[in-house]
Ligand binder design. Structure first.
Ligand SMILES: O=C(O)CCC(=O)C(=O)O
Length: 266
């Protein structure tokens, strides 16, 4: 029933394709902790999603709106580039639509009603940094719920060269290694990080325990990926509290206290 309800809700609300997982894809997710759906969105749909992304990046940064973070380019450290945008759907109708549509296959995977926990777009512009090997729940997520599923939508082609996602299969049932620190060399013994290049319209589902990483983008090609994260509704709706807590420790650049140091941990 939760699947039917979420499907009806998304169908009534959105013009986007609702990605429905078949039995083979569900089995693959339960086996590996992740599954990749190629061409889940059409080129026309991706034009819309790409235009929302560019629109968001061009908006003026304002306190109390979507959160923008910058970083120093690794190609030219004189330049500040957008690193990521978070807290999106409450301020953008297009992404609100996308996050409703992506919820439907997450309900399929969990077999129960789910709720959006957080969202972000990792821009990884030319010169953008990579991500050390980690599990997403290492970023303190267990304070909110026990289990999460991420859905990644590929906006620009992600290649080995520009820092596509690398995932490790089969570790999702081992649970959390430890909080607030990326994986150590010792943790990673025996793990096989595999590059998964993706094209615009591809969608990746992976859970909060899947070890993953990506390299910096030292090419001249932008690599933007959208991530929406959901938890079981039976574990509560935590988005407001999550963002309030995060704002205290790692606020968007517009809300930072000059001179104070903010450290990204995981
Ligand atoms: O965007 C990427 O390459 C990886 C993202 C990631 O691992 C994260 O945001 O936790």
């Amino acid at each position: 029933m939760p699947f039917v309800t979420s499907f009806r809700e998304a169908f009534a609300f959105s013009m986007l394709t609702i990605p429905i997982l078949d039995n083979r894809q569900l089995t693959e997710f339960y086996r590996d902790g992740f599954v990749i759906i190629r061409n889940a969105f059409s080129p026309k749909e991706m034009q819309r999603i790409e235009s929302w992304t560019s629109e968001l990046a061009a908006l003026p940064e304002e306190s109390g709106k979507h959160w923008v973070y910058h970083e120093k380019s690794k190609i030219n450290p004189e330049i500040e580039i957008i690193n990521r945008i978070e807290n999106i759907s409450p301020f953008h109708a297009g992404f609100a639509e996308l996050s409703k549509v992506l919820k439907v296959p997450v309900v399929q995977l969990l077999g129960e009603e789910t709720v959006l926990f957080k969202e972000k777009i990792n821009f990884k512009l030319p010169g953008g940094d990579g991500f050390k090997p980690h599990q997403d729940s290492q970023a303190g997520w267990e304070d909110y719920a026990a289990y999460f599923i991420n859905v990644m939508v590929c906006i620009d082609e992600a290649t080995v060269e520009n820092g596509c996602l690398q995932l490790v299969a089969g570790y999702q049932n081992q649970g959390l290694f430890r909080e607030w620190e990326p994986l150590t060399d010792e943790d990673m013994k025996g793990m096989n990080f595999v590059h998964y290049p993706t094209r615009p319209g591809d969608v990746v589902f992976f859970d909060c325990y899947v070890p993953h990483a990506s390299e910096p983008n030292m090419t001249d090609k932008t690599r933007r990926l959208y991530f929406a994260t959901y938890n079981r509704l039976s574990e509560g709706d935590h988005m407001a509290r999550y963002y309030a807590d995060k704002h205290k420790n790692f606020p968007p650049d517009i809300d930072r206290v000059p001179g104070k140091e903010y450290v990204f941990r995981v």
